[in-house]
Design a protein around this ligand. Structure first.
Ligand SMILES: Cc1cc2nc3c(=O)[nH]c(=O)nc-3n(C[C@H](O)[C@H](O)[C@H](O)COP(=O)(O)OP(=O)(O)OC[C@H]3O[C@@H](n4cnc5c(N)ncnc54)[C@H](O)[C@@H]3O)c2cc1C
Ligand code: SF4
Length: 482
């Protein structure tokens, strides 16, 4: 245990950030690290609980009490080893994970959980700064060949694990850069992309081969992979966005969130892209439809592009400001969440449904909305009813509309159509989370392509677990962790 009286002596502290007015001037990260003193105090708050709920609620079961104690003792290298024992990419999770561990921390009963995510970040940032991140090369090769399709966090995690087990691993990526949604979905201000490049360099040295601009199913037929490789892992994500097919959907300026975010991320990469007017937020009234992470990212990006106003619409009711701890802890609570992008400026509207995109026949200029109510029907299911009366319908200005209502399943492209892959009832590729096997011989699946749109930390878990199964499939047994 770090310090027996730590949690009594020190309050929880959060990382400070640059002020919203300053940080919206560019796309850089803006969270400031703890001072050594604050970090030491924060680590000392961990009580090393008999049942560490933090550890149980973490999808990759990070060994949190141990690193807290090691950071308190300033034993950084061992802390790094403990962190890497369960997580290939703590530099990603410590920046963008919603941190179910903190919701589950015993000290969260009192609203002051240990600052687990900030402590995780301090360990991996120090390792980068000190140059402790070295390739872990396995010189005893198995001569087995694995193809990984997709280079998001699931594809990267399984590739790294399998290369370290001695297999030949080749990653095929349809985009021009590695990283999946880490690269082209999540904006730079949440996670700078040099972090992906550093890991890719490490993985190349560990023996992973990367081939970009290679779309399996089109540029390379899957039958070629089946012929050339001993196992194939599909990690193509869940890229089919939920659409809103109402009048005016085809007006210019009504776009999917990813069409908007990807363009900006490519500009941040230095690509020579001229942003088409219908994809720019500059001097526009922007409306973001959808209240999740993607919606927040659209707000942060619109503010940085110089939007005139930003309104976020959510069909659900406004959640409570504070959860009922006795009912929810240690589970993830439903409550009002205000992201750093919301802090930078946006109006938020709940319980509204969009009836039409209106415009001049070419471009969108407003939206017609209807106020709604959620009610339980006689079977106990929540149902929408539209409010009546003249105040129940409203029109708002909108020169740019961003659809951020989630993703329904993987794109049904040639890879899925021609291969005979079985899908589940939600349209994801069917496999369980014990063996990750699809209906096709030697073809496995992991990440969002299997579980549906989720979180980076779940993608890393699935990548690690599919790697264990593929190793076992190839070698008869596996020492990789499951
Ligand atoms: C805008 C946005 C913000 C998000 N923010 C967060 C966040 O803050 N925190 C969080 O935890 N999660 C967040 N998520 C969710 C998270 O990014 C995903 O759950 C995660 O990236 C899934 O990882 P994956 O490896 O399964 O798939 P992806 O990251 O989607 O990667 C799939 C890869 O496969 C490639 N591919 C697809 N088909 C083919 C093919 N036929 N051939 C070759 N390559 C192919 C794609 O180009 C892509 O690179 C966010 C998602 C979005 C859209
Ligand atoms: S639940 Fe909180 S206090 Fe307990 S071990 Fe985990 S981080 Fe420490």
């Amino acid at each position: 245990m770090a310090k027996i009286t730590g949690f009594l002596e020190y309050d929880r502290a959060d990382n400070k950030s640059l002020a919203p007015k300053t940080r919206v001037k560019n796309f850089d990260e803006f969270v400031l690290p703890f001072t050594e003193k604050t970090l030491n105090e924060q680590a000392s708050r961990c009580m090393d609980c008999g049942i560490p709920y933090c550890h149980n609620s973490c999808p990759i079961n990070n060994i949190i009490p141990e690193w807290n104690s090691l950071v308190y003792e300033k034993d950084w290298k061992v802390a790094l080893n403990v962190l890497h024992a369960t997580n290939n990419f703590p530099e990603f999770t410590s920046r963008i994970c919603p941190a179910p561990c903190e919701a589950a921390c015993t000290l969260n009963i009192d609203d002051s959980p240990v600052a687990i995510k900030s402590i995780e970040r301090s360990i991996i940032d120090k390792a980068f700064e000190k140059g402790w991140l070295v390739p872990e090369i396995n010189n005893s090769k198995t001569n087995k060949k694995v193809a990984v399709v997709g280079s998001g966090p699931a594809g990267l995690a399984c590739s790294q694990q399998l290369a370290r087990a001695g297999h030949y691993v080749k990653v095929f990526e349809k985009n021009d850069r590695i990283g999946g949604l880490l690269r082209y979905g999540i904006p730079n201000f949440k996670m700078e992309k040099h972090l992906i490049d550093k890991r890719v360099d490490q993985m190349k040295q560990e023996g992973v081969f990367f081939e970009c601009n290679s779309k399996i199913g089109e540029d390379v037929p899957i039958k070629n992979l089946l012929k050339d490789f001993d196992a194939i892992i599909l990690a193509c994500g869940s890229e089919q966005p939920r659409d809103l097919n109402i009048p005016g959907r085809d007006l210019k300026g009504v776009n999917f969130a990813m069409e908007f975010l990807t363009r900006q991320n490519k500009i941040c990469e230095g690509d020579n892209i001229i942003l088409e007017p219908e994809f720019s937020a500059k001097n526009k009234h922007v409306v973001v439809i959808g209240g999740g992470d993607t919606g927040s990212d659209c707000i942060g990006t619109s503010n940085r592009q110089g939007a005139k106003s930003i309104t976020q619409l959510e069909i659900l009711e406004k959640p409570p400001e504070k959860e009922n701890k006795m009912l929810t802890w240690p589970d993830w609570p439903l409550k009002l969440r205000t992201s750093s992008s919301h802090e930078e400026g946006a109006d938020r509207n709940w319980s509204v449904s969009t009836k039409s995109f209106d415009g001049d026949g070419e471009k969108v200029n407003s939206l017609t909305l209807k106020k709604i109510k959620w009610k339980k029907n006689k079977n106990g299911k929540m149902e929408i009813t539209e409010q009546q009366g003249k105040d129940s319908e409203l029109k708002i200005k909108a020169d740019l509309v961003l659809l951020a209502m989630g993703f329904v399943h993987p794109i049904k492209d040639k890879l899925i159509q021609d291969s005979g892959l079985e899908l589940d009832e939600r349209g994801n590729v069917k496999a369980n989370d014990n063996d990750y096997k699809t209906n096709l011989k030697k073809v496995f699946v992991s990440g969002d392509m299997r579980r549906g749109q989720s979180l980076v930390v779940w993608a890393i878990r699935e990548g690690r677990q599919v790697a264990h199964n593929v190793d076992k499939f190839l070698m008869g047994k596996s020492d990789l962790p499951f």
